[in-house]
Design a protein around this ligand. Structure first.
Ligand code: ASP
Ligand code: MG
Length: 601
């Protein structure tokens, strides 16, 4: 018998009519023969109202009591939902997070799930009931009520789908799916039929509006197919699935995203020694600040610059930590830029960046947008731009990739039975959960950071343009020449400029280095240098964005070995560094050990 998890967000249970409509939807699936587990959020703006209420009492409500308060919103919803289903003639039972043994750590207001006991849910499902579980909440090992962070009901739903081995997790919301970009900024944005977990994670700043990113991390780890759809219609929404199910021929870019409220911090005159970057990010991590982009370019005269971005709201807390770090490593100073935004394009089809970078940078140049920083991952290119130009930049990029046009039709509709996503399932949880005979509690730390791999590419060369003028159109011209020379570009890094000049580096396969240099020289003014003995090391995984520690651990491991970092670029799901190729193997082994991965076969 199929098992379906249906999650209804706040707007989908805002009033009694909507609760009854959601109840009918659950009943419909139940009548079609599925076992149905429903996860609900607090009604409408309840959570916001509770937050406001607490703030009327005190400026700084204690986190433990905040969780006690906020968890009530979902408790109201589950009770009403159970009543609604029963009133329509189907047996149903509601549970709070603690009643199903959803155990978390003790970080109030941002707790992470440790494990979930499926026994009670499975029993109730087996007896023919629709089971309703309160989203967003859990309990720590001392029975304190915890919550998973705003928007956390999505994470509850996907986690329950994972431990129960559900066939799919349906997310009912007030939009009809995931869009190619934010339709409020770009009205011609279009609904995407299918997208992979990694694309969705890389689009976090877009995805955040639709789904809690931690829920996608979960779904990827446990192979849960997610269907985001409207609670007000029966139309198909967007399936978020494994790569094998989301890959489409001829489509390079799937979406474009804007992270509007960013701030940039740059540490100037960083001595080019092993260990210094580690020291910088350890200081930032200790201040509990989540870092987004990290960019480090080539050193000039033994000094380099390290830039990173943080949420604009975190800038005030970040600057003292950055200044302390700069002092400790003997750096030249700290500058910052407050009014910046990040624009990204994402797509599985982007194996190399040559064509996509050219098209993106040309679109920005035509729109008169200056690129302040560039970083890339395997499936993403991000640039930092002035916030006042961010919306124009997003629109220009969206148009350049034809994202407003209906995408090619899929050969076949997505079916759970035949999907590659399903193969990802962790067997024990699936089988025990699905046949209902056993009641497993999955190993502790289910939501812990998962590093899925460390990769080494020993065949890289880096080309650097030393005097890139700080004006629109330059990067576009460079990559146009590179594309015409038929060179595949991998990492692209551009740090912020000062005195009107900046460095632009990119890596290419070693045997294409000469051609790349020639093309770069033809493209522009100023000197071009090349370094032909580089290796790229990447740490990739799930939970990188929400865990500040990855970069720190990676840089720390390299520092201990005395390995110098020649280049850094980052994305939502990976941290890439370039080092000297002679140290590549050694670094790979140490990183595998640091992230507790088995040694390479
Ligand atoms: N009610 C919680 C919130 O508003 C959790 C959720 O809706 O996902 O953040
Ligand atoms: Mg939500």
């Amino acid at each position: 018998m199929p098992l379906l998890v249906q999650k209804f967000g706040g707007t989908s249970v805002a009033d009694s009519q909507k609760i009854l409509a959601a109840a009918r939807r659950a009943i419909r699936a139940h009548n079609q023969g599925a076992r149905v587990l429903v996860v609900v959020s607090a009604r409408g703006h309840t959570t916001d109202e509770l937050v406001d209420l607490a703030k009327e009492i005190t400026e700084r409500p204690p986190a433990r009591e905040m969780d006690m308060l906020l968890s009530t919103g979902e408790q109201v919803s589950v009770a009403l939902m159970a009543m609604a289903i029963q009133s329509l003639g189907v047996p149903a039972i509601s549970f709070t997070g603690s009643q199903i043994g959803l155990v978390t750590d003790s970080f109030h207001t941002k707790a992470r799930i440790r494990n979930i006991n499926t026994e009670r849910m499975v029993q109730a499902l087996d007896s023919g009931k629709i089971v309703i579980v309160a989203g967003f909440q859990g309990v720590d090992e001392n029975y304190n009520i915890t919550t998973l962070g705003r928007g956390g009901s999505d994470t509850t739903a996907v986690a329950l789908a994972a431990v129960l081995g559900a066939d799919a997790c349906e997310i009912y919301t007030d939009v009809d799916g995931v869009y190619t970009t934010d339709p409020r900024v770009v009205p011609e944005a279009r609904k995407v039929d299918r997208i992979s977990y990694d694309e969705m994670l890389e689009l976090a700043s877009l995805g955040a509006g639709v789904m809690h990113s931690r829920s996608i991390e979960f779904a990827k780890k446990y192979g849960v197919p997610i269907h985001v759809r409207s609670s007000f219609s029966d139309a198909e929404g967007t399936w978020i699935v494994a790569e094998g199910d989301a890959r489409r021929l001829g489509v390079t870019v799937s979406g474009a995203a804007l992270a509007k409220e960013e701030a940039r911090v740059t540490i100037l005159g960083v001595p080019d020694h092993p260990g210094v970057v580690h020291q910088i990010f350890r200081n930032i991590a200790e201040a509990n600040i989540v870092v987004d982009m990290i960019v480090q370019n080539v050193a000039k005269d033994g000094r380099t610059e390290v830039s990173f971005t943080v949420a604009a709201d975190d800038l005030d807390d970040t600057l003292p930590a950055a200044e302390a770090a700069a002092k400790a490593i003997g750096a030249g100073g700290v500058t910052h830029g407050a009014g910046v935004s990040k624009v990204s394009v994402v797509g599985l089809g982007m194996r190399t960046h040559t064509g996509v970078a050219t098209a993106m940078f040309e679109a920005l140049a035509d729109a008169g947008v200056n690129i302040e920083m560039i970083t890339t991952s395997e499936i993403k290119i991000s640039v930092l731009v002035q916030r006042a130009q961010a919306a124009d930049a997003l629109r220009a990029v969206h148009r350049a990739f034809g994202l407003e046009r209906p995408a090619a039709v899929w050969n076949e509709p997505f079916t759970i039975e035949k999907s590659a996503t399903r193969l990802l399932r962790k067997a024990p949880a699936t089988e025990n959960g699905a046949n209902g005979s056993a009641a497993p509690s999955i190993p502790s730390g289910m939501e812990d950071l998962v590093i899925s791999g460390v990769e080494l590419d020993e065949g890289q060369a880096r080309v650097t343009l030393l005097e890139v003028p700080d004006r629109p159109g330059y990067a576009a011209r460079v990559f146009r020449h590179i594309a015409e020379a038929g060179v595949f570009v991998d990492m692209i890094v551009q740090n912020v400029s000062h005195e009107g000049k900046t460095l632009l580096s990119f890596t290419v396969p070693r045997d294409a280095a000469d051609r790349a240099v020639e093309a770069a020289r033809a493209a522009g003014e100023g000197a071009v240098t090349v370094e032909t003995s580089l290796a790229k090391l990447s740490v990739l995984g799930v939970g990188m964005r929400t865990h500040t520690g990855v970069a720190v651990r990676m840089f720390g491991t390299l520092a201990e070995l005395g390995i110098n970092i020649a280049l850094i670029n980052t994305s939502e799901v990976r941290v890439n560094v370039a080092t000297d190729v002679s140290r590549g193997r050694e670094a790979l082994g140490a990183l595998r050990k640091a992230f507790a991965l088995p040694a390479e076969a």
